[in-house]
Write a protein that binds this ligand. Structure first.
Ligand code: DGY
Length: 311
């Protein structure tokens, strides 16, 4: 019987072609609604998902399931233990997106520092002179602190190498990289003008950046989070941004996604908010689709996947 691959969200054609050429049936669903995914994916041997929750309940609704492929690197929304207990592989695409996420991180660092969003909005609001009371800041000569120096953190350092900044990083598992000084965690918060969060979402990192860390930061420092919203205490961040404890924040990820428009962050001027788009580019989406579908084909043809996070 032809095996089925369920895609709750559509993926680039290059990925679907890999599945079809391997003789698999591709079923594109109608989005991320939990109950709909359960119904639409009932026959699936493989599923290729975004950042939506994928728990034991949904796994049990898909009795043929052999592999859950994450179109991306973070797998915090997947119940990996439940998958392992059911003999289901969880795979991801860590190699496909580091450069893209790093580009977005550096873009957001520059945009919040130069006030680009508010300045652009001012033009739309017919307020050319907004700029007078809101000068931006140069990054030249400043210190950028990277928290989490894995693939993405290292790409950020590489991309920043032409900007005349001092780069420091904290990561207990990191090896020396030329041009980057490895420091302790506290030094990042105390000395960096830009604190960039590139940590994985783990029980140890959950809510690990809150009031204490914002107090350590300089009043004119910025926070940039491209990792996961759950790593911050978001309510503490709102207080730090309102009180001037820190100068601003650029955030691509939130505790609740989609971010409700009623969230207090939305009312602040000293933020740049983007809807989890760090890897959402034409090129990277294609690369992730290729890596994820190749691993699906491997598993469904009895081979070992290249990027398993369990088993
Ligand atoms: C990831 O890959 O985890 C990114 O956050 C996008 O999903």
């Amino acid at each position: 019987m032809t095996k089925q691959v369920f895609l709750p969200d559509d993926i680039p054609a290059v990925g679907k072609k890999i599945l079809e050429e391997a003789g698999l049936e591709v079923v594109v669903g109608s989005g991320r609604d939990h109950e709909k995914m359960k119904a639409e994916g009932v026959e699936a041997s493989a599923v290729l998902i975004g950042t939506q929750k994928f728990d034991a309940d949904i796994m049990d609704a898909m009795p043929n399931l052999k592999v859950i492929a994450r179109n991306g690197v973070g797998y915090d929304a997947v119940d990996v233990d439940a998958a392992t207990q059911r003999g289901i592989y969880v795979v991801n695409t860590p190699k496909a997106l580091s450069g893209s996420v790093a580009e977005t991180a550096v873009s957001e660092l520059l945009a919040i520092s130069k006030n680009l969003y508010q300045d652009s909005k001012a033009i739309h609001d017919d307020n050319w002179n907004y700029r007078k009371a809101h000068p931006g800041r140069d990054i030249e000569g400043k210190t950028v602190g990277i928290l989490g120096f894995g693939r993405i953190g290292q790409q950020v350092a590489k991309k920043l190498s032409g900007f005349d900044v001092k780069v420091i990083a904290f990561d207990p598992f990191a090896k020396d990289v030329p041009g980057v000084e490895l420091v302790d965690r506290e030094t990042i918060f105390k000395t960096a003008d830009y604190v960039m969060v590139h940590l994985p979402a783990l029980p140890e990192t959950q809510h690990s950046i809150g009031a204490d860390e914002f107090k350590l930061m300089k009043n004119d420092a910025f926070l940039i989070n491209m990792a996961r919203g759950s790593i911050l205490v978001e309510s503490d961040l709102v207080l730090a941004l309102k009180s001037g404890e820190i100068a601003g924040a650029a955030l691509d990820v939130f505790e609740e996604e989609p971010l409700p428009v009623t969230n207090p962050l939305v009312a602040l001027e000293n933020v740049l908010l983007t809807p989890h788009i760090a890897s959402n580019t034409v090129e990277t989406k294609a690369r992730m689709a290729v890596d994820a579908t190749n691993d699906i084909v491997r598993v469904l043809s009895g081979k070992n996947p290249e990027s398993a996070v369990n088993k």
